[in-house]
Design a protein around this ligand. Structure first.
Ligand SMILES: Nc1ncnc2c1ncn2[C@@H]1O[C@H](COP(=O)(O)OP(=O)(O)OP(=O)(O)O)[C@@H](O)[C@H]1O
Length: 335
């Protein structure tokens, strides 16, 4: 049998770091993240508020203020070195190769232009097409994201639409220039439960149809399990566990992942709130401990946890855990 070639990596982070400097203070928001996402794959980043999920996502487009932000390690996006990229190439990357959607479309959409105008302008900024051609593309995009009466809705202003429809319009805008990678920062948190599911299913469908790679940030493991192929759990700027969505849900190995799963039924993971089910709070990112950052809240902590951050241990196929308690799996491999 001929071996199938795996799809190429669209995002490849190695020992990736993001730190914010303010006066003499250094906030280490992302601390040596290794994360790879292939073409056509959906990756969910999960974790408590402040664990570095959004910072990681935004750093993939180098969106942080360059005056106060220091990056480290390697970040390849669609094969390009984002950290070394000149500004012009970076603005081509944004929108054309990588697009982003946010929790609150009203903050991302311009209130004084109709949705149609915003999509048309975006297309014309990146591609040499006429206004009529761009308008036809905008209409096709509204159909693709299943906005009813799309021609009429193109002439609506953002505030004239419901939350769910606005989120669909923002997805249409993000897809305007046929990106290869879609980054979604809590795309459904602000929506009702039924609308949430509809948007997640739409994202999954678009990913299949367009071969998109999607990385989405969420507090909601249930939502992650609905659409993700793989999940990465972040804590204090590190990925403490990653693997297939099924593996993580059925065989979580890190005590923190286990606690997150335990919190599902309590609805405890909310933006700006520590996880009440395990008590305590994440460490101060300006003064990270020398060892495992979770040690202070973990019921299994021993001396072995306190000296250095635990290295990643393969416990299954593509299943990595940073915890000194876990045993490497003999047949596990990472590729
Ligand atoms: N520009 C900045 N300057 C200083 N600190 C920042 C900046 N942006 C983010 N941080 C800090 O970095 C840490 C990680 O933030 P991040 O937004 O990535 O968390 P998160 O996991 O996405 O949580 P949430 O779901 O609450 O957004 C937080 O402590 C945050 O306060």
């Amino acid at each position: 049998m001929r071996e199938r070639h795996p799809a190429p990596w669209m995002v490849h982070l190695q020992d990736f770091q993001v730190a914010f400097h303010s006066g003499s203070k250094r906030i280490a928001a992302v601390n040596g993240v290794d994360l790879q996402v292939r073409q056509g794959e959906v990756m969910a980043l999960i974790g408590e508020s402040g664990s570095g999920k959004s910072v990681t996502l935004r750093a993939l487009m180098r969106l942080h203020d360059e005056r106060t932000t220091r990056y480290g390690g390697t970040a390849l996006v669609a094969g390009q070195d984002v950290l070394a990229m000149p500004r012009r190439a970076l603005s081509r990357l944004r929108g054309k190769t990588v697009a982003m959607i946010f929790q609150e479309p009203l903050l991302a959409l311009d209130p004084v232009y109709t949705l149609g105008q915003q999509i048309v302008e975006t297309i014309m900024r990146h591609e040499p097409v006429s206004r009529a051609q761009a308008r036809a593309r905008a209409l096709a995009l509204f159909e693709k994201v299943r906005i009813p009466s799309p021609a009429r809705r193109l002439d609506a202003y953002p505030h004239e639409m419901s939350g769910g429809m606005r989120q669909r319009a923002m997805i249409a805008l993000a897809l305007a220039c046929n990106p290869q990678i879609l980054l979604a920062d809590e795309p459904t948190t602000a929506l009702d439960a039924t609308v949430q599911i509809q948007i997640l299913l739409l994202l999954r469908e678009l990913q299949r149809e367009l071969g998109l790679s999607i990385i989405f940030v969420t507090h909601d493991i249930g939502a992650a399990a609905e659409v993700a192929d793989r999940m990465a759990v972040m804590y204090a700027g590190r990925i403490v566990e990653q693997g297939s969505a099924v593996e993580l849900l059925t065989r979580p190995q890190h005590p923190y992942t286990q606690a997150l799963l335990g919190s599902r039924s309590h609805g405890a993971m909310r933006r700006g709130h520590p996880l009440e089910t395990i008590g305590g709070a994440p460490p101060d990112l300006a003064r990270l401990p020398a060892g495992c950052a979770f040690a202070e809240r973990c019921s299994y902590t021993t001396d072995a946890c306190l000296h250095a951050p635990p290295p990643p241990i393969a416990v299954g196929r593509q299943h990595l855990v940073r915890c000194v308690r876990v045993q490497p799996h003999a047949a596990a491999h990472v590729a």
